[in-house]
Design a protein around this ligand. Structure first.
Ligand code: CO
Length: 133
Protein backbone atom coordinates (compact mmCIF):
# COMPACT_ATOMS: atom_id res chain seq x y z
CA UNK A 1 0.00 0.00 0.00
CA UNK A 2 1.50 3.34 -1.04
CA UNK A 3 -0.59 5.86 0.87
CA UNK A 4 -4.09 6.66 2.02
CA UNK A 5 -5.55 7.77 -1.30
CA UNK A 6 -8.84 8.94 0.20
CA UNK A 7 -11.32 8.55 3.01
CA UNK A 8 -14.92 7.99 1.90
CA UNK A 9 -17.69 9.64 3.91
CA UNK A 10 -21.35 8.71 3.47
CA UNK A 11 -23.63 11.76 3.39
CA UNK A 12 -27.40 12.07 3.03
CA UNK A 13 -27.19 15.12 0.83
CA UNK A 14 -24.14 15.90 -1.29
CA UNK A 15 -24.94 19.58 -1.66
CA UNK A 16 -25.01 20.23 2.06
CA UNK A 17 -22.05 17.86 2.54
CA UNK A 18 -20.10 19.91 -0.02
CA UNK A 19 -20.95 23.12 1.84
CA UNK A 20 -19.84 21.68 5.17
CA UNK A 21 -16.57 20.21 3.87
CA UNK A 22 -15.81 23.32 1.79
CA UNK A 23 -16.06 25.28 5.00
CA UNK A 24 -14.14 22.71 7.06
CA UNK A 25 -11.29 22.23 4.58
CA UNK A 26 -11.18 25.79 3.27
CA UNK A 27 -11.52 24.70 -0.34
CA UNK A 28 -14.16 23.55 -2.78
CA UNK A 29 -14.38 20.04 -4.22
CA UNK A 30 -12.29 19.67 -7.38
CA UNK A 31 -14.82 17.39 -8.99
CA UNK A 32 -18.23 15.80 -8.71
CA UNK A 33 -18.94 12.52 -10.43
CA UNK A 34 -21.82 10.06 -10.59
CA UNK A 35 -20.98 6.34 -10.63
CA UNK A 36 -24.20 4.92 -11.97
CA UNK A 37 -23.20 1.28 -11.55
CA UNK A 38 -22.72 1.88 -7.80
CA UNK A 39 -25.73 4.16 -7.36
CA UNK A 40 -23.66 7.01 -5.97
CA UNK A 41 -22.96 10.65 -6.54
CA UNK A 42 -19.50 11.62 -5.32
CA UNK A 43 -17.41 14.72 -4.75
CA UNK A 44 -13.67 14.94 -4.10
CA UNK A 45 -11.58 17.35 -2.05
CA UNK A 46 -7.80 17.33 -2.25
CA UNK A 47 -6.16 17.48 1.18
CA UNK A 48 -2.39 17.30 0.86
CA UNK A 49 -1.48 13.91 -0.58
CA UNK A 50 -4.89 12.45 0.25
CA UNK A 51 -8.50 13.20 -0.58
CA UNK A 52 -11.89 13.25 1.02
CA UNK A 53 -14.61 11.54 -1.03
CA UNK A 54 -18.21 12.37 -0.14
CA UNK A 55 -20.78 9.79 -1.26
CA UNK A 56 -24.50 10.27 -1.60
CA UNK A 57 -26.82 7.45 -2.68
CA UNK A 58 -28.75 7.90 -5.91
CA UNK A 59 -30.76 4.67 -5.50
CA UNK A 60 -32.54 3.20 -2.49
CA UNK A 61 -30.77 -0.15 -2.90
CA UNK A 62 -27.25 1.27 -3.24
CA UNK A 63 -24.60 0.33 -0.69
CA UNK A 64 -24.46 3.91 0.58
CA UNK A 65 -28.23 4.08 1.14
CA UNK A 66 -28.08 0.84 3.12
CA UNK A 67 -25.10 2.07 5.12
CA UNK A 68 -26.85 5.31 6.09
CA UNK A 69 -30.03 3.41 7.02
CA UNK A 70 -28.02 1.18 9.33
CA UNK A 71 -25.35 3.45 10.74
CA UNK A 72 -26.19 7.00 9.72
CA UNK A 73 -23.77 9.40 8.09
CA UNK A 74 -20.06 9.01 8.71
CA UNK A 75 -16.81 7.42 7.60
CA UNK A 76 -17.66 4.68 5.14
CA UNK A 77 -14.31 3.43 3.87
CA UNK A 78 -10.57 4.02 3.75
CA UNK A 79 -8.91 3.72 0.36
CA UNK A 80 -5.29 2.74 -0.10
CA UNK A 81 -3.47 3.34 -3.34
CA UNK A 82 -1.71 0.40 -4.97
CA UNK A 83 0.43 0.18 -8.11
CA UNK A 84 -1.14 -3.01 -9.44
CA UNK A 85 -4.63 -3.80 -8.25
CA UNK A 86 -4.62 -7.32 -9.69
CA UNK A 87 -1.44 -8.21 -7.79
CA UNK A 88 -2.75 -6.50 -4.64
CA UNK A 89 -6.00 -8.48 -4.80
CA UNK A 90 -4.12 -11.75 -5.17
CA UNK A 91 -1.90 -10.79 -2.26
CA UNK A 92 -4.93 -9.95 -0.07
CA UNK A 93 -6.66 -13.23 -0.95
CA UNK A 94 -3.49 -15.20 -0.27
CA UNK A 95 -3.35 -13.58 3.17
CA UNK A 96 -6.93 -14.63 3.89
CA UNK A 97 -8.71 -11.28 3.42
CA UNK A 98 -12.20 -11.50 1.97
CA UNK A 99 -12.44 -9.41 -1.19
CA UNK A 100 -15.93 -8.22 -2.11
CA UNK A 101 -15.44 -8.24 -5.87
CA UNK A 102 -13.52 -10.88 -7.77
CA UNK A 103 -12.57 -8.45 -10.54
CA UNK A 104 -11.58 -4.79 -10.11
CA UNK A 105 -14.47 -2.38 -10.71
CA UNK A 106 -14.40 1.01 -12.37
CA UNK A 107 -14.73 3.52 -9.53
CA UNK A 108 -14.95 7.31 -9.37
CA UNK A 109 -11.99 9.59 -10.10
CA UNK A 110 -10.52 7.38 -12.83
CA UNK A 111 -9.71 4.41 -10.62
CA UNK A 112 -9.93 0.65 -10.63
CA UNK A 113 -11.16 -0.40 -7.21
CA UNK A 114 -11.70 -3.46 -5.06
CA UNK A 115 -13.21 -3.65 -1.59
CA UNK A 116 -12.21 -5.82 1.35
CA UNK A 117 -14.95 -6.94 3.73
CA UNK A 118 -15.04 -5.02 7.04
CA UNK A 119 -15.12 -8.32 8.91
CA UNK A 120 -11.62 -8.98 7.57
CA UNK A 121 -10.28 -5.62 8.76
CA UNK A 122 -11.53 -4.87 12.27
CA UNK A 123 -14.80 -3.36 11.12
CA UNK A 124 -13.34 -1.08 8.45
CA UNK A 125 -14.37 -1.30 4.82
CA UNK A 126 -11.05 -1.09 2.95
CA UNK A 127 -10.80 -0.02 -0.67
CA UNK A 128 -7.80 -0.77 -2.82
CA UNK A 129 -7.49 1.62 -5.73
CA UNK A 130 -5.22 1.99 -8.70
CA UNK A 131 -5.20 4.95 -11.08
CA UNK A 132 -6.16 4.11 -14.64
CA UNK A 133 -3.32 5.35 -16.80
CO1 CO B 1 -13.67 5.41 -2.42
Amino acid sequence: MKRIEHIGIAVKDLKSGNDIYTSLLGKAPYKMEEVESEGVLTSFFQVGESKIELLQATKEDSAIAKYIDKKGEGIHHIAFEVDDIYAAMEDMKAKGFRVLNEQPKKGADNKLVCFIHPKSANGVLVELCQSIK
